[in-house]
Design a protein around this ligand. Structure first.
Ligand code: APR
Length: 256
């Protein structure tokens, strides 16, 4: 049974997008792990394939888990980093990159993803709400030499400061941690001002990112969701298109 959205449903959203990119900041795109699924990067909550169906997030994506077993956590992120480096932006990433080139300043791309596929797909200014898996940072600020960066750490799993023993950790936001203030503020401001918010490949399970769609809707924007499955924020949407990112985004954005 062909479940792809009917042409008129797609056309209705295309005309909304066409009008939105005619004004600066008219379009906000919010993405989640589903955006990179077709690039071979596993999502978090998809049954069987999602990372959290195979690993316990509190063991691997929390400061407590890292302190309890730094080698295990470091190795897990090293494996994921290899996956990100080996992955390629898919047709969905490319379609957003194309839109950005055709309408600079019209779209703000906000992602929960810690990979760099949006940037490699042509949207260098993507706002990262949950950090960057390829970046390193100190587990705690260096008390003695605040200027010394994690690149000066002695090699190891994980690398550590040869002077004070401070560990290096991946530059991602772990459970229980605050999002980067500048990133969430920029995303919330953009959500308040946009005409359309296009939400792609997120379960809407994690806040504050999941709250951006409702905020945009309350401020009068039209919310469109692209996801092959129901999400926890479908009620915030005016249009729900059941399809994948790499198939639906080219259909929605080509020629706009
Ligand atoms: N195209 C579009 N959507 C897809 C695709 C696809 N090819 N494949 C799966 N999806 C959808 C799923 O149906 C699901 O709703 O993507 C969503 C992925 O949801 P999650 O795995 O929960 O990922 P995400 O919403 O990004 O998680 C939010 O949780 O674990 C933390 O920090 C992590 O940023 C992450 C946050």
């Amino acid at each position: 049974m062909d479940v792809s959205p009917a042409p008129d449903a797609v056309e209705a959203v295309r005309s909304l997008l066409r009008a939105a990119v005619a004004v600066p900041g008219g379009l906000v795109v919010l993405t989640g792990a589903g955006m990179s699924a077709e690039s071979g990067i596993p999502t978090f909550r998809d049954a069987m394939t999602g990372l959290w169906s195979r690993f316990d997030p509190s063991d691997l994506a929390s400061e407590e888990g890292f302190r309890a077993d730094p080698v295990r956590v470091w190795d897990w992120y090293a494996q994921r980093r290899d996956g990100v480096r080996a992955a390629e932006p898919n047709a969905g990433h490319q379609a957003l990159g194309g839109l950005h080139r055709r309408h600079p300043g019209a779209m703000l791309l906000v992602t929960q993803n810690v990979d760099n596929l949006h940037q490699r797909g042509g949207v260098p200014g993507t706002i990262r709400l949950h950090g960057d898996i390829l970046a390193d940072q100190w587990l705690q600020p260096c008390a003695r030499r605040p200027a010394c960066g994690p690149h000066s750490a002695a090699p190891g799993r994980p690398p550590r400061c040869a002077d004070c023993g401070n560990l290096v950790r991946p530059g991602v936001v772990w459970f229980g941690e605050m999002l980067p203030a500048a990133a969430i503020e920029a995303a919330e401001q953009a959500a308040r001002r946009c005409r359309v918010m296009l939400v792609v490949g997120t379960s809407g399970a994690v806040w504050p990112a999941a709250g951006l769609a409702g905020r945009a809707r309350r401020e009068g924007a039209t919310v469109v969701i692209v996801n092959p499955e129901p999400s926890e924020i479908d009620d915030e949407a005016h249009h729900v298109l059941r399809g994948t990112a790499a198939v639906m985004l080219p259909r929605l954005l080509e020629g706009i």
